[in-house]
Write a new protein. Sequence first.
Length: 88
Amino acid sequence: MRNETPSRAAAPGDGLVRAGAVVFIVGAVATLATMAPLFLGTEPFPPIAWAVCMLMGVGFAIAGAGVLRSVAAQRRQAKSAAGPAGAR
């Protein structure tokens, strides 16, 4: 039946979304660790630690690319299921 929920197999873009989430979390943890010395009054971390904080944005971009890839695959699948436009 068409109205049944399809099985949840790995769709295109799912891996990118997961990888983006992991990279984002690493960047978020790095941001928390880098900001802690500012509040604790200790010696700040070197600039490379601040560069690792940029992984939050990179992870967000990777996850966004995965979502766009998934959307494109679903659109292609919907077009192929609909068949040719003139066949009515």
